[in-house]
Design a binder for this molecule. Structure first.
Ligand code: FES
Length: 102
């Protein structure tokens, strides 16, 4: 599967995802500026991304922990998600995310 990731300068990157890995891990390994301070434990919100509207409904809904963590994040939008809580899967081929401001 491919992930389209827009960085903070508006530049688009096409990255090869790996099934079962989190989107955060894929973005980070591709060298994009995702701090992911808690390492994917849903405890920092530094992996905040905006999910393209067309993809929102296809994702697994937010857990209570993710909702709580997003409540504390900056610049939260209705399409905000924590990328460590999105798991790569074949049906998400073409998933588009934009890295949120720091
Ligand atoms: S990496 Fe910390 S919440 Fe996602």
């Amino acid at each position: 599967m491919k992930i389209l990731a827009v960085d903070r300068k508006g530049q688009e990157h096409v990255i090869e995802g790996r099934d079962g890995w989190s989107v955060m891990e894929i973005l980070r390994d591709a060298g994009l500026p995702i701090a992911a301070e808690c390492g994917g434990a849903c405890a920092c919100a530094t992996c905040h991304v905006y999910v393209d509207e067309a993809w929102l409904e296809k994702l697994t809904p937010k857990s209570d922990a993710e909702t709580d963590m997003l409540d504390m994040a900056l610049a939260v939008e209705p399409n905000s998600r924590l990328s460590c809580q999105i798991t790569c899967a074949p049906e998400l081929d073409g998933l588009k995310v934009t890295i949120a401001p720091e």
